[in-house]
Design a protein around this ligand. Structure first.
Ligand code: SAH
Length: 230
Protein backbone atom coordinates (compact mmCIF):
# COMPACT_ATOMS: atom_id res chain seq x y z
CA UNK A 1 0.00 0.00 0.00
CA UNK A 2 1.36 3.41 -0.93
CA UNK A 3 2.06 5.85 1.90
CA UNK A 4 -0.52 8.63 2.22
CA UNK A 5 0.12 12.14 3.59
CA UNK A 6 -1.73 11.20 6.81
CA UNK A 7 0.59 8.19 7.16
CA UNK A 8 3.49 10.59 6.92
CA UNK A 9 2.00 12.78 9.66
CA UNK A 10 1.41 9.75 11.85
CA UNK A 11 4.97 8.53 11.41
CA UNK A 12 6.44 11.98 11.95
CA UNK A 13 4.62 12.21 15.24
CA UNK A 14 5.81 8.73 16.25
CA UNK A 15 9.38 9.70 15.38
CA UNK A 16 9.22 12.78 17.58
CA UNK A 17 8.02 10.58 20.43
CA UNK A 18 10.79 8.06 19.77
CA UNK A 19 13.44 10.80 19.98
CA UNK A 20 11.92 11.91 23.30
CA UNK A 21 12.13 8.31 24.60
CA UNK A 22 15.77 8.11 23.48
CA UNK A 23 16.51 11.36 25.30
CA UNK A 24 15.01 9.92 28.50
CA UNK A 25 17.24 6.88 28.00
CA UNK A 26 20.34 9.06 27.80
CA UNK A 27 20.80 10.12 24.16
CA UNK A 28 21.62 13.84 24.34
CA UNK A 29 23.54 14.33 21.09
CA UNK A 30 21.38 16.78 19.12
CA UNK A 31 22.79 15.80 15.74
CA UNK A 32 22.04 12.15 16.38
CA UNK A 33 18.51 12.96 17.59
CA UNK A 34 17.87 15.08 14.55
CA UNK A 35 19.12 12.30 12.23
CA UNK A 36 16.86 9.71 13.90
CA UNK A 37 13.96 12.15 13.62
CA UNK A 38 14.58 12.39 9.87
CA UNK A 39 14.83 8.73 8.87
CA UNK A 40 11.66 6.84 7.90
CA UNK A 41 12.44 3.69 9.93
CA UNK A 42 9.11 2.17 8.86
CA UNK A 43 10.49 1.89 5.31
CA UNK A 44 13.29 -0.41 6.57
CA UNK A 45 11.04 -2.99 8.25
CA UNK A 46 8.64 -5.60 6.94
CA UNK A 47 5.26 -3.95 6.11
CA UNK A 48 3.59 -6.27 8.64
CA UNK A 49 5.75 -4.74 11.41
CA UNK A 50 5.33 -1.08 10.49
CA UNK A 51 3.18 -0.31 13.48
CA UNK A 52 6.14 -1.18 15.67
CA UNK A 53 8.74 0.69 13.62
CA UNK A 54 8.99 3.59 16.10
CA UNK A 55 8.93 1.56 19.29
CA UNK A 56 12.41 1.39 20.80
CA UNK A 57 12.95 -2.24 19.89
CA UNK A 58 14.92 -4.45 17.50
CA UNK A 59 12.76 -6.18 14.85
CA UNK A 60 13.39 -9.23 12.67
CA UNK A 61 14.48 -8.57 9.07
CA UNK A 62 14.80 -12.22 7.95
CA UNK A 63 17.74 -14.68 7.83
CA UNK A 64 17.90 -14.59 11.65
CA UNK A 65 19.03 -10.95 11.58
CA UNK A 66 17.51 -7.83 13.11
CA UNK A 67 17.28 -4.10 12.53
CA UNK A 68 19.00 -2.76 15.67
CA UNK A 69 17.00 -1.07 18.40
CA UNK A 70 16.89 2.71 17.82
CA UNK A 71 18.63 3.26 21.19
CA UNK A 72 21.51 1.07 20.02
CA UNK A 73 21.80 2.91 16.69
CA UNK A 74 21.74 6.27 18.49
CA UNK A 75 24.29 5.06 21.04
CA UNK A 76 26.76 3.73 18.46
CA UNK A 77 26.33 6.82 16.28
CA UNK A 78 27.01 9.13 19.25
CA UNK A 79 30.22 7.23 20.05
CA UNK A 80 31.38 7.55 16.43
CA UNK A 81 31.43 11.34 16.84
CA UNK A 82 30.55 11.95 13.18
CA UNK A 83 31.50 15.22 11.53
CA UNK A 84 30.14 16.33 8.14
CA UNK A 85 32.21 14.83 5.33
CA UNK A 86 33.61 12.01 7.51
CA UNK A 87 34.17 8.71 5.76
CA UNK A 88 32.36 6.04 7.75
CA UNK A 89 32.46 2.28 7.17
CA UNK A 90 29.62 0.17 8.52
CA UNK A 91 30.09 -3.59 8.95
CA UNK A 92 26.66 -5.25 8.78
CA UNK A 93 24.29 -3.27 6.51
CA UNK A 94 21.28 -5.37 7.58
CA UNK A 95 18.18 -3.29 6.88
CA UNK A 96 20.16 -0.18 5.86
CA UNK A 97 18.71 1.93 8.70
CA UNK A 98 22.02 2.72 10.44
CA UNK A 99 23.52 3.70 7.07
CA UNK A 100 20.62 6.11 6.47
CA UNK A 101 21.17 7.70 9.91
CA UNK A 102 24.84 8.22 9.02
CA UNK A 103 23.84 9.85 5.70
CA UNK A 104 21.58 12.25 7.60
CA UNK A 105 24.70 13.24 9.58
CA UNK A 106 26.36 14.15 6.27
CA UNK A 107 28.88 11.33 6.42
CA UNK A 108 30.17 9.56 3.31
CA UNK A 109 28.92 6.08 4.00
CA UNK A 110 30.38 2.70 2.98
CA UNK A 111 28.67 -0.47 4.15
CA UNK A 112 29.43 -4.20 3.87
CA UNK A 113 26.94 -7.05 4.32
CA UNK A 114 27.50 -10.82 4.05
CA UNK A 115 23.88 -11.72 3.17
CA UNK A 116 23.20 -10.86 -0.46
CA UNK A 117 19.42 -10.97 -0.02
CA UNK A 118 19.50 -8.45 2.87
CA UNK A 119 21.86 -6.21 0.95
CA UNK A 120 19.56 -6.22 -2.08
CA UNK A 121 16.60 -5.17 0.01
CA UNK A 122 18.58 -2.52 1.91
CA UNK A 123 19.87 -1.11 -1.39
CA UNK A 124 16.43 -0.70 -2.85
CA UNK A 125 15.11 1.06 0.28
CA UNK A 126 18.15 3.35 0.49
CA UNK A 127 17.94 4.17 -3.23
CA UNK A 128 14.18 4.76 -2.98
CA UNK A 129 14.70 7.27 -0.16
CA UNK A 130 17.59 8.95 -1.98
CA UNK A 131 20.41 7.94 0.40
CA UNK A 132 23.80 7.74 -1.26
CA UNK A 133 25.52 4.71 0.31
CA UNK A 134 28.27 2.61 -1.28
CA UNK A 135 27.65 -1.02 -0.47
CA UNK A 136 29.50 -4.26 -0.96
CA UNK A 137 28.53 -7.89 -0.55
CA UNK A 138 31.23 -9.69 1.42
CA UNK A 139 32.94 -10.37 4.72
CA UNK A 140 33.17 -7.12 6.65
CA UNK A 141 35.71 -8.51 9.13
CA UNK A 142 38.20 -7.60 6.40
CA UNK A 143 36.86 -4.06 6.20
CA UNK A 144 36.80 -2.42 2.77
CA UNK A 145 40.41 -1.56 1.91
CA UNK A 146 39.59 0.12 -1.41
CA UNK A 147 38.06 3.15 0.34
CA UNK A 148 40.22 3.19 3.49
CA UNK A 149 41.22 4.99 5.64
CA UNK A 150 38.01 5.80 7.52
CA UNK A 151 37.29 8.46 10.12
CA UNK A 152 34.94 5.98 11.74
CA UNK A 153 34.04 2.29 11.55
CA UNK A 154 30.89 0.94 13.16
CA UNK A 155 30.40 -2.78 13.59
CA UNK A 156 26.73 -3.68 14.06
CA UNK A 157 27.26 -7.31 15.10
CA UNK A 158 28.95 -8.74 18.20
CA UNK A 159 32.38 -10.38 18.25
CA UNK A 160 34.83 -11.63 20.91
CA UNK A 161 37.81 -10.07 19.14
CA UNK A 162 38.56 -6.97 17.11
CA UNK A 163 39.29 -7.92 13.48
CA UNK A 164 42.79 -6.48 12.88
CA UNK A 165 42.05 -5.26 9.31
CA UNK A 166 39.56 -2.79 10.79
CA UNK A 167 42.27 -1.23 12.97
CA UNK A 168 44.53 -0.87 9.93
CA UNK A 169 41.77 0.93 8.05
CA UNK A 170 41.28 3.68 10.66
CA UNK A 171 42.75 7.12 9.87
CA UNK A 172 45.97 7.98 11.64
CA UNK A 173 45.90 11.15 13.75
CA UNK A 174 46.72 14.30 11.77
CA UNK A 175 49.75 16.44 12.75
CA UNK A 176 47.56 18.95 14.55
CA UNK A 177 48.24 19.31 18.26
CA UNK A 178 45.95 17.00 20.27
CA UNK A 179 44.29 15.50 17.16
CA UNK A 180 43.05 11.94 17.43
CA UNK A 181 42.67 9.45 14.62
CA UNK A 182 39.80 7.24 13.41
CA UNK A 183 37.29 5.69 15.80
CA UNK A 184 36.09 2.09 15.77
CA UNK A 185 32.83 1.39 17.62
CA UNK A 186 32.36 -2.33 18.17
CA UNK A 187 30.39 -4.57 20.56
CA UNK A 188 33.02 -6.89 22.09
CA UNK A 189 32.21 -10.09 23.93
CA UNK A 190 30.79 -13.60 23.73
CA UNK A 191 27.37 -14.38 22.25
CA UNK A 192 25.42 -13.84 25.48
CA UNK A 193 26.33 -10.15 25.70
CA UNK A 194 28.91 -7.64 24.58
CA UNK A 195 30.44 -4.44 25.91
CA UNK A 196 30.26 -1.48 23.57
CA UNK A 197 33.85 -0.52 22.97
CA UNK A 198 35.42 2.48 21.26
CA UNK A 199 38.95 2.16 19.92
CA UNK A 200 40.62 5.39 18.83
CA UNK A 201 43.75 5.32 16.72
CA UNK A 202 46.51 7.33 18.42
CA UNK A 203 49.54 6.70 16.22
CA UNK A 204 50.90 5.27 12.99
CA UNK A 205 50.99 1.59 13.99
CA UNK A 206 47.66 -0.29 13.82
CA UNK A 207 48.06 -1.14 17.49
CA UNK A 208 48.64 2.45 18.61
CA UNK A 209 45.14 2.72 20.00
CA UNK A 210 43.18 3.80 23.07
CA UNK A 211 40.22 1.72 24.23
CA UNK A 212 37.14 2.87 26.13
CA UNK A 213 34.37 0.62 27.44
CA UNK A 214 30.69 1.55 27.65
CA UNK A 215 27.32 -0.17 28.29
CA UNK A 216 26.41 -3.81 27.67
CA UNK A 217 24.34 -4.90 24.67
CA UNK A 218 23.31 -8.06 22.93
CA UNK A 219 23.96 -8.22 19.18
CA UNK A 220 23.63 -10.90 16.53
CA UNK A 221 27.07 -12.48 15.92
CA UNK A 222 29.66 -11.05 13.57
CA UNK A 223 30.44 -14.02 11.35
CA UNK A 224 34.08 -14.50 10.50
CA UNK A 225 34.00 -16.35 7.17
CA UNK A 226 37.41 -17.92 7.83
CA UNK A 227 36.27 -19.46 11.09
CA UNK A 228 32.79 -20.26 9.76
CA UNK A 229 31.18 -19.77 13.17
CA UNK A 230 27.83 -18.95 11.55
N1 SAH B 1 23.10 -2.07 10.92
C1 SAH B 1 21.96 -2.93 10.73
C2 SAH B 1 21.88 -4.01 11.80
C3 SAH B 1 22.05 -5.32 11.17
S1 SAH B 1 22.25 -6.72 12.22
C4 SAH B 1 20.68 -2.13 10.60
O1 SAH B 1 20.72 -0.91 10.77
O2 SAH B 1 19.66 -2.72 10.29
C5 SAH B 1 23.92 -7.17 11.80
C6 SAH B 1 24.19 -7.50 10.36
O3 SAH B 1 25.56 -7.87 10.28
C7 SAH B 1 23.39 -8.67 9.79
O4 SAH B 1 22.70 -8.24 8.65
C8 SAH B 1 24.45 -9.71 9.45
O5 SAH B 1 24.16 -10.46 8.28
C9 SAH B 1 25.68 -8.84 9.24
N2 SAH B 1 26.96 -9.52 9.40
C10 SAH B 1 27.34 -10.44 10.32
N3 SAH B 1 28.63 -10.81 10.11
C11 SAH B 1 29.07 -10.09 9.05
C12 SAH B 1 30.32 -10.02 8.34
N4 SAH B 1 31.38 -10.74 8.68
N5 SAH B 1 30.41 -9.16 7.30
C13 SAH B 1 29.36 -8.41 6.91
N6 SAH B 1 28.16 -8.44 7.52
C14 SAH B 1 28.01 -9.25 8.58
Amino acid sequence: MAATPSDDRKYRHQRTQLVETLRERGIHDEQVSSAIRSVARHAFVDPALRDRAYADEALPIGLNQTISQPFTVAYQTSLLDVRPGDRILEVGTGSGFQAAVLCEMEARVFSVERHDALLGRARSVLDGLGYDVRTRHGDGTRGWPAFAPYDGIVVTAGTPEIPTPLLRQLCEPSDEEGASGGRLVIPLGERGGQTMTRVTRTGSGPHDCAQEKFHSFRFVPLVDEDEKNA
